[in-house]
Design a protein around this ligand. Structure first.
Ligand code: NI
Length: 136
């Protein structure tokens, strides 16, 4: 692949951010303020800890999003890995050449400092998210 995909976070589907974050806070993670993203129909909280992967807890605001469907089929579970990219449009085009299906976006994500995100799915990889490094 001729562009870097730098790890950004693991997205975890949960039913209640505050109940799920208890475990991680006990392990030393620091939670961000909780933000509602009405465009994505989710409530979001990031968890950070020095030397550990950044985590994103996602709680569905309604039934109209894949987080709700993940909870139905798999329960509370990791459901995407997010990578940051310099040029999200170029990265989406490259991944589509590799038979990834563009599921959503690129769309501005208020929970990600108004940077654009996109979700792509490929059956041998699963769901990934891209986030651009800086807002436009
Ligand atoms: Ni995410």
């Amino acid at each position: 692949m001729d562009f870097p995909l730098d790890f950004h976070h693991i997205g975890i589907a949960c039913r209640d951010i505050h109940k799920t974050q208890v475990f991680y806070v006990a392990m030393g993670y620091t939670p961000s303020p909780v933000v509602d993203d009405p465009l994505q129909h989710v409530r979001v909280c990031f968890l950070v800890k020095e030397g550990a992967p950044r985590l994103e807890l996602l709680e569905p605001l309604d039934e109209q999003n894949p987080v709700a469907r993940t909870l139905e089929t798999a329960g509370v579970s990791p459901y995407h890995i997010c990578y940051k990219v310099q040029d999200i449009d170029a990265a989406v085009a490259e991944l589509r050449k590799q038979r990834f299906l563009l599921v959503n976006g690129p769309v501005v994500a208020c929970a990600m400092d108004n940077r654009r995100v996109a979700f792509l799915f490929q059956k041998n990889t699963g769901l990934i998210e891209l986030v651009e490094k800086t807002a436009r």
